[in-house]
Write a protein that binds this ligand. Structure first.
Ligand code: URA
Ligand code: SF4
Length: 220
């Protein structure tokens, strides 16, 4: 664990919970690891014309993901909403504004991280992506993870957590553990859209992201 000189601890660390114990240990299923795209750009190019699931029918723009290709932290959401579909960029609506604030508060401003979603095309009326849609799209995300190889993964919400960990469990039961995906520590927290609906979850989510942030330090 990185230790900060006395008096120079970052603000986010004050009162942060200790790093919790281990959770699930998962490896990428071979069918999901199928894609051998050579780069993040190659994935974005393929996603732009992808027709592997019915979500392609409703999209304005596919939203492959963006950010620092060498990010220490990779954030995974569910799928594009309206603003994301219109712009082709992840987390640019209200939930995205909140995510930006959270990332800035842990001294990892948005340009320093990589942000992607389980599905790259907007589900109708923002419903959760269906199992077949997730399965069709996950090879892109798994390849993005393999290419970025972040020190830590942060799953936002149950869809991202389930898709990455391959389990159906409540968000509450997946929080406060350090899972691993292909040996990369993975922390689960609430989706920022859920925090906008239920501000009571903001405090626990702040704890979760500070656990993820400590893991970034721990892995350096
Ligand atoms: N919600 C998500 O899960 N992803 C986005 O990109 C935007 C909103
Ligand atoms: Fe392809 Fe994913 Fe879009 Fe479905 S959601 S069409 S699998 S990019």
């Amino acid at each position: 664990m990185k230790s900060y000189p006395a008096g120079q601890e970052p603000e986010w660390l004050a009162g942060a919970p200790p790093i919790p114990g281990p959770g699930l240990e998962v490896t990428t299923p071979p069918v999901m690891a199928g894609g051998a795209w050579p780069s993040l750009e190659a994935i974005a190019a393929e996603v732009a014309g992808c027709r592997k699931c019915p979500l392609c029918e409703g999209r304005t723009n596919a939203v492959p993901g963006e950010g620092n290709p060498r990010a220490a932290l990779m954030v995974v959401g569910e799928g594009p909403g309206e603003q994301e579909d219109l712009s082709g960029r992840p987390f640019v609506g209200r939930a995205g504004e909140l995510l930006d604030k959270i990332l800035a508060a842990i001294d990892l401003p948005r340009p320093e991280v990589y942000i992607a979603n389980v599905v790259k095309c907007r589900p109708p009326r923002n419903r959760a992506p269906l199992p077949d849609e997730r399965a069709a799209c996950m090879p892109y995300l798994h390849r993005q993870i393999a290419l970025v190889r972040p020190r830590v993964l942060l799953a936002l919400g149950a869809t991202a957590a389930e898709a990455l960990l391959g389990v159906r469990q409540t968000l509450g039961s997946l929080r406060l553990k350090v899972h691993t995906l292909d040996a990369i520590p993975l922390v689960v927290t609430y989706h920022p859209a859920a925090l906008l609906r239920n501000p009571n979850w903001k405090r626990p989510a702040w704890d979760d992201v500070r656990i993820a942030r400590q893991l970034v330090d721990a892995e350096s």
